[in-house]
Design a protein around this ligand. Structure first.
Ligand code: ADP
Ligand code: MG
Ligand code: MG
Length: 498
């Protein structure tokens, strides 16, 4: 790391120092909404039947060390990534045939593909990376490799502002001991701007929408219910109201049919259950649900999705944008010497910066590359360097390393092409301390940088807005393969640039 190596980081805290830090952290986090609803395993529903309690979100006690050059690069290339995925989502001719191949096997993807298309689309994206050091040793300079690109329900933009502010607060009150010099370097702790920046994106869509009725207008947050990560979403809602004067409503996915209707000109009206006679015209539907098969209980929920997709409301994301986020698309883009990147990013320098973040990813089909991947994935010695991913979001769906051969053995070969095989990125070792559900865990950790992007475009037309929208660091114990904060392994974190 550029400014030196820090073997003593983070410092060992004990006794009153440790107590001071943890007490300050707990109070600051609740006072500032860096919180989640506690899991039932932590507070039983007998104790809290109405669900009024909140707990500190899983957080790291210290910001994790992160190479400044990698951080700057991640933020810099977000504009190119936004353009790339907006271009893919507009290019049905390119996208649909690739998706159709998977849709033959994967019924969730096939059901998504049947849903209608949109006019204006909003993307609130998050591109996720890990730091990678070339193992061949030719260059010790770290770079970033992309884990995945999220086009739907990219979460933690609300909490990431909180955790970077929390770490700055702990620094300001002297909770970090004097030997943590790296934290005290100027600009070592960049603030995350994701809440204001993502909210401006939603507000831009809202403003761009042309209303067709005289009803008041609103943005719908389409959500799962109940939602433990509700405060992450609430931060965006409060910002929309307080800074932009925009009303938002939380619509559980299974209430779409009851609470909304389409007029003859495809205007989407929302009738709040507490005031059904005063409908709102929906400018934008922001999906924080609908990304996973379990959100769709049956045909009625698919009809509900079609109903939203058919409406004039701006979708964040449209179904094509959601499909562009399939891991299959990432694999197709990452194919060495493929012509695809140039199709979407004609600027060669821009395309090269994006391509530099691709890790090796292979298809699992019967093409030449697919056959090679099948050989790797079924060989117990080679498979340990890979992760096998289906076309799913939200964590908990991948198959890692030594589990891959056995998993494939139990899976009919005709289903293999619905997966992609990706080389594991092995970030440099470091340590941190995580507080989750009142428990403190200390040890080796792995960090994943997420960079948010906002992009608003006309389907088949130009890009109206495009910006980088702040960052998130998620950190997990190095023994855990999945990194989901919500799924139960990770914590939200911020960067200490070195
Ligand atoms: P999801 O869409 O479910 O979040 P991801 O592709 O992000 O799926 O995988 C989930 C987690 O698995 C990541 O957050 C990361 O911790 C780990 N992971 C995925 N791909 C890789 C990889 N190539 N190298 C290292 N870890 C990975
Ligand atoms: Mg992920
Ligand atoms: Mg994802």
């Amino acid at each position: 790391m550029a400014r030196g190596i820090y073997p003593e980081y983070p410092p060992d805290l004990a006794g009153p120092n440790r107590q001071f830090l943890i007490e300050s952290l707990k109070d600051w986090s609740i006072a500032h909404g860096l919180a989640v609803r506690p899991p039932a395993s932590f507070v039983s529903t007998n104790v809290d039947p109405e669900g009024v309690l909140a707990a500190t979100a899983p957080v790291t006690l210290f910001p994790s060390l992160f190479p400044k050059s990698c951080f700057d690069e991640g933020l810099r290339i977000q504009l190119a990534y936004n353009k790339l995925y907006a271009a893919i989502a507009r290019d049905e001719e390119w996208l649909v045939p690739i998706i159709e191949e998977i849709a033959e096997i994967d019924s969730f993807v096939s059901d998504l593909l049947k849903v209608h298309l949109a006019d204006l689309s909003l993307g609130l994206f998050r591109s996720d990376y890990m730091v990678h050091v070339d193992p061949s040793g030719n260059s010790s300079k770290p770079g970033i490799k992309q884990v995945e690109f999220n086009t739907i329900a990219s979460s933690f933009g609300g909490l990431s502002v909180g955790v970077s502010a929390l770490h700055k607060h702990l620094l300001a009150i002297g909770a970090y001991p004097p030997e943590t010099k790296c934290i005290k370097e100027q600009d070592a702790l960049p603030a995350s701007r994701s809440v204001p920046s993502l909210a401006i994106g939603l507000a831009a869509a809202h403003t761009e929408y042309s209303p067709s009725t005289n009803n008041p207008s609103c943005v719908i947050f389409l959500v799962q219910y109940p939602e433990r990560n509700v405060f992450d979403q609430r931060h965006l809602e409060y910002r929309l109201l307080e800074t932009h004067g925009i009303r938002t409503f939380r619509l559980p996915f299974d209430r779409i049919a009851q609470d909304t209707e389409l007029t003859a000109d495809r205007t989407l009206l929302y009738r709040p259950p507490h005031a059904p006679d005063a409908p709102f015209e929906v400018s934008t539907v922001y999906f924080r649900a609908g990304y996973t098969p379990s959100d769709y209980r049956g045909p009625e929920d698919w009809n509900a999705r079609i109903h939203l997709e058919r409406s004039r409301a701006i979708k964040c994301p449209s179904v094509l944008t959601q499909l562009a986020g399939c891991k299959k698309i990432q694999q197709v883009l990452a194919t060495p010497a493929s012509p695809h990147l140039a199709r979407f990013l004609p600027d060669k320098t821009e395309a090269a910066s994006v391509a530099a973040t691709f890790a090796p990813i292979y298809p699992m089909d019967v093409s030449e590359a697919g056959r090679q991947a099948r050989t790797l994935a079924t060989d117990p010695e080679k498979a340990v360097h890979y992760v096998l991913k289906p076309q799913r979001e939200g964590g908990g769906n991948n198959v890692y390393r030594k589990s891959i051969p056995g998993f494939l053995e139990d899976l009919d070969e005709s289903a293999w092409p619905a997966y992609i095989l990706m080389e594991m990125i092995e970030p440099p070792a470091q340590r941190n301390v995580i507080l989750r559900n009142g428990e403190i865990q200390k040890g080796g950790v792995i960090c994943e940088l997420g960079v948010y992007g906002v992009c608003l475009w006309r389907h088949g037309g130009e890009i109206l807005k495009n910006w980088e929208a702040g960052y998130l660091l998620r950190t997990k114990g190095d023994q855990s393969e999945e990194g989901g904060v919500a799924a139960g392994f990770g914590a939200v974190d911020s960067v200490c640039l070195v």
